[in-house]
Design a protein around this ligand. Structure first.
Ligand SMILES: [Zn+2]
Length: 1008
């Protein structure tokens, strides 16, 4: 991607006013090592030997200081850090840090928790003995700066703390498991910080507390080392793909900083905030030679403080300047990375008043020394990369370690020199966060106490709590002004800032800019006040995002929208009226939870549908009880129930009570079942299908099934290929998005040449778990397609999303469905409005009539009533002739012939009725009951965009998003959207659960 000259010019102009700010920080003084101190000559010789050219090292790291008492990394590694062929397990890395802590009072090690697979994560503190001894006092000062309310927002009271407080700089390594260099770099860095007596290192030690989590993804690290060991034993074979990193997700573990579903995210955030750190610096290795990507490119996240964006520039350009002066080529900042999404691990700091930083250095994905070739766009010279990386280079792990350590030492020296500036900024950013209601606003976000989906609301509030956001709950009703909206909007669960349609003032104003309307919220309403230190993250998650199609950045780096009120399917009202802060409310202690249990008495239990994830858990907890869903609304005299309400008979009342309390589901016991038509609610025997090529996206589905304690078999495409009678084992199979071309899912990797690539536990590879195979290469294959099809034809339900859905369409599973040509449409991870064509369909149970959905790239389906042709065609213009475009033409010399019957109006999500000619002698006409039907469709053009980027949305409006296709005795359910994504789409999870639980009843006829 190349940006226009005009864009460069604008960027250059914008940079100019920053010049004054550049004058503030101090340039690190004399980054010169003391060569008179004792040097470990053997280690120094090894460092020089393993560095492939002198310029790939710096004066800061081309030697190793010696210590008589403190062990260097070779105590564990058997060689210096970054040595060829040496890649330590996380357990060994941790062992070294504990040795270090035993040997010197300048190092301490703390456990910060366990991974999903039970492996320990640590944080290491390195500073002067005095700093570590006085840690509690220092932390008390940092806590005051972190929460300016403690000092009454008084700058004068904060002033003495700036000079007396030691800032905290937190470094995190190898969150991405194939990026392998940082653990050894951080081992050696900690050693240097502990023993080196160079003045600049002493300065760092005395004025900074350096925190290090050497391995963030501890599960993935052990697997990566296993794979590398396999590679060393099979040097001539390609290395098996690291198909699993953490237990659930791979690369996306660095997109979890919003929903915080992973232990690594929660533990790093808790550590960062627990230490009241100023900087979070995350190490990655996919770009040569050192790219400080925090400065990045636009657009910047709209919720970060401009004070922070200045700090990015200060750190970034200082790094470039100092390392360039040291003669290290290929160090640059700016670049192509846009700084929009707050999903990255480093962004935890950006969203909590700190400084987020990220390095990309150049890693070989292991510890081999190899020749690497760079693309032109990586090695070319451009204005922000005046000293670019080489187009071809022999590269070693040691080189990588040199760059990582040198960059970090420069950054730590900068922090030591500029500690007062950073602490002042830290205080100011916190203060401005607390002052948000009186600065830019809003005053608060309000989550109404009468939410239609209380389970989803509670889930959203728990995410905010995990983000350390304070939540209060109104003790009585309160009334505030909210922006009113036009009369067309506001059906169902509203949009942020909308008044409910019932409000008298809503829609009554004729002015173009609607006047605010009063709205009363009931007692029990949750209020997320913006006058708190961490208001920024709440604001960023709960507000909506808009990415202009005209933005100069044409290739967004990640999702462009995430507004959590939408994606969690629960109403969030953005309130600017400061009176909201006067509402009588109490802080919420402990995790927000919906209250569940059984009320009333009787042998029949009624469970209202509230679009809750917990319904999936509840169904399995109910065991063999008879569960049905009402096909119409009904009343018990005491209460009205909507269609979809569960009627449970034969449940063990004690077990049900326990489940209802634990899951937060309200159950009503009644004496007799209501007289209403019902459909069965199944308890399907379930399988989740994965490939051996990539498991990134299915991991989010698997994680959610585990969190909900849903029983399922985890099967691979190879299992499917080897199991002719899948139907004997399963009622439903989930086939989540894969993220590779569909042909690869079928074909796998070539098996005609090369040797098998195993993924299994062996003495050589003890950590290759989760699933196993002797050879990862074979894909689903034609046998797998045959078996999968037989599964459906024998009555199974197959649910597939995105590329998995596309695969089924391509392979003929879904007559009458095609993936729509997206035309000029542009969607990049956007949140879009969708509607149920038939709100009485079982898939809509508990969801109302509309739903916000996550769309990765704007995929949609088109339907036909024939297995071949029959697609809707755009209406033809009238022919040339008399009159205007809407007039009828007239043939001269005769009366007009009888007109053809007017075609019935067809919606875009429906199939066009076949014409007389299309039906005549056509073997491809699909019988009525086997025709595909749209269960969820995209919204109208004017309502489609909720958050993110949408360009030419008319090409997507009203098209099918979820389709049911009968096949034999069974059904295929195709998702063009991804309903289970990064823990952020709680609102659409029930689409999958409802489809699974309905099973064959999903064939519910369209209500017309
Ligand atoms: Zn990475």
């Amino acid at each position: 991607m190349r940006r226009s000259l005009a864009a460069f010019f604008v960027a250059a102009c914008l940079a100019a006013p920053l010049a004054a700010a550049f004058a503030q920080p101090r340039v690190p003084a004399a980054l010169v090592p003391d060569r008179t101190q004792p040097i470990d000559e053997a280690a120094t010789a090894k460092i020089r030997e393993y560095t492939t050219a002198p310029e790939f090292n710096s004066p800061l790291t081309d030697y190793l200081p010696a210590s008589a008492t403190v062990p260097s990394p070779s105590a564990v590694l058997g060689d210096v850090a970054g040595a060829p062929n040496v890649l330590p397990y996380a357990a060994d890395v941790h062992r070294y840090f504990r040795l270090l802590a035993e040997a010197t009072p300048r190092v301490q090690v703390f456990s910060i928790g366990k991974s999903e697979e039970g492996r320990e994560r640590i944080v290491v503190a390195v500073s002067s003995e005095e700093n570590l001894k006085n840690r509690a006092d220092n932390d008390a000062r940092l806590a005051q700066l972190a929460d300016p309310r403690t000092l009454g927002l008084d700058d004068a009271k904060a002033e003495p703390l700036f000079a007396s407080t030691v800032p905290v700089y937190y470094i995190t390594g190898t969150i991405h498991s194939p990026e392998t260099g940082s653990p050894t770099a951080l081992m050696e860095l900690a050693y240097r910080l502990a023993v080196d007596e160079s003045p600049y290192v002493r300065d760092i030690r005395e004025h900074v507390i350096t925190l290090i989590t050497p391995v963030v993804e501890v599960d993935g690290r052990e697997r990566m080392v296993d794979v590398y060991r396999w590679h060393l034993a099979h040097p001539d074979a390609p290395t098996p793909e690291l198909v699993y990193w953490g237990k659930y997700v791979a690369h996306d573990n660095n997109r979890d900083a919003m929903a915080l579903t992973l232990s690594l995210s929660r533990q790093v955030l808790d550590t960062y905030l627990g230490w009241h750190a100023q900087v979070l610096h995350d190490l990655h290795e996919s770009v040569p030679f050192l790219y400080d990507n925090t400065v990045g490119d636009g657009p910047y996240n709209a919720w970060v403080d401009p004070i922070l964006t200045n700090e990015w520039q200060l750190f970034g350009w200082s790094n470039v300047a100092e390392m360039t002066k040291m003669g290290m080529p290929g160090v640059y900042t700016h670049g192509y990375f846009d700084t929009w999404s707050p999903g990255y691990l480093m962004f935890m700091a950006a969203m909590h008043n700190g400084v987020s930083r990220l390095y990309e250095t150049f890693g070989n994905g292991g510890a081999d020394t190899v020749v690497r070739e760079l693309d032109a766009d990586e090695s070319s010279r451009t204005w922000y990369r005046q000293d670019p990386p080489y187009p071809q280079v022999k590269w070693s792990q040691r080189n990588n370690n040199n760059y990582q350590q040198t960059g970090l030492l420069v950054s730590l020296a900068f922090t030591a020199q500029n500690r007062e500036l950073l602490l002042r900024n830290f205080w100011q950013k916190g203060k401005r966060s607390v002052e948000k209601p009186t600065r830019e606003g809003p005053a608060a976000y309000v989550l109404p106490g009468d939410a239609k989906r209380p389970g989803a609301q509670a889930e959203l509030l728990r995410v905010l709590q995990a983000q350390h956001v304070e939540i209060t709950r109104a003790e009585s009703a309160f009334t505030v002004e909210v922006p009113s909206v036009g009369k067309d909007a506001g059906k169902g669960e509203g949009k942020p800032g909308e008044a409910k349609p019932g409000d008298k003032a809503a829609g009554s104003d004729k002015d173009a800019k609607p006047a605010p309307a009063k709205r009363t919220f009931p007692a029990g309403t949750y209020v997320v006040r913006m006058d708190q230190p961490y208001s920024r993250i709440a604001d960023a998650l709960l507000d909506r995002q808009y990415w202009s199609p005209d933005d100069p950045q044409k290739t967004p780096y990640d999702d462009t929208g995430w507004s959590f009120g939408d994606t969690f399917g629960t109403e969030v009202v953005r309130v600017t009226d400061a009176r909201v802060l006067e509402a009588k409310a109490k802080p919420v202690d402990g995790a927000v939870k919906t209250t569940g249990g059984i009320s009333g008495s009787g042998a029949v239990h009624l469970v209202a549908q509230r679009g809750d994830d917990a319904m999936m858990s509840l169904r399995y907890a109910l065991g063999d009880a008879k569960v049905e869903a009402a096909m119409a609304g009904f009343s018990t005299g005491k209460r009205n129930y909507l269609a979809g309400t569960w009627i449970v008979r034969g449940a063990d009342a004690d077990a049900l009570r326990r489940a209802a309390e634990e899951l937060g589901v309200a159950v009503d016991a009644v004496a007799a079942a209501p007289k209403v038509a019902t459909r069965p609610v199944g308890k399907p025997r379930l399988a989740l299908l994965h490939t051996w090529q990539w498991t990134q996206s299915e991991g989010w589905w698997r994680q959610r099934l585990d969190l909900l304690k849903v029983p399922y078999d985890y099967i691979s495409t190879q299992d499917v290929a080897a199991t002719p009678d899948l139907r004997a084992r399963y009622d439903a199979i989930l086939f989540p998005p894969v993220g590779i071309p569909t042909s690869l899912t079928v074909n796998g990797a070539p098996t005609a040449w090369g040797e098998p690539l195993p993924w299994k536990v062996t003495p050589e590879t003890p950590n290759l778990t989760i699933d196993e195979t002797d050879d990862m290469r074979p894909g689903l294959g034609f046998a797998g397609l045959v078996n999968l099809r037989a599964f459906v034809e024998k009555g199974g339900t197959l649910i597939a999303a995105e590329d998995a859905a596309q695969l089924l369409v391509e392979r003929g599973f879904t007559p009458g469905v095609r993936v729509a040509d997206s035309g000029s449409l542009k969607v990049v991870g956007s949140i879009l409005q969708a509607r149920f064509p038939d709100a009485a369909s079982p898939i809509a149970d508990g969801l109302g009539d509309r739903l916000a959905v996550y769309s990765a790239e704007g995929m949609s389906f088109e339907l036909s009533n024939a297995a071949f042709r029959g697609w809707a065609r755009p209406g033809a213009d009238r022919p040339t002739g008399r009159g205007g475009p809407k007039d009828e033409d007239v043939v001269i010399g005769r009366p007009a012939p009888p007109k053809r019957a007017e075609a019935p109006k067809v919606e875009r999500w429906e199939a066009t009725p076949l014409s007389v000619e299309q039906v005549r002698d056509n073997a491809f006409v699909i019988p009525e009951k086997l025709r595909p039907r749209t269960l969820l469709r995209f919204g109208d053009a004017d309502e489609l965009l909720l958050a993110g980027l949408l360009e030419h949305g008319g090409d997507l409006a009203q098209k099918a998003a979820v389709v049911r296709v009968p096949l034999g005795q069974g059904q295929v359910v195709l998702f063009a959207i991804n309903p289970i994504w990064r823990g952020e789409t709680i609102g659409t999870h029930p689409l999958v659960w409802n489809a699974l639980l309905a099973g064959p009843a999903l064939a519910h006829p369209t209500a017309k």
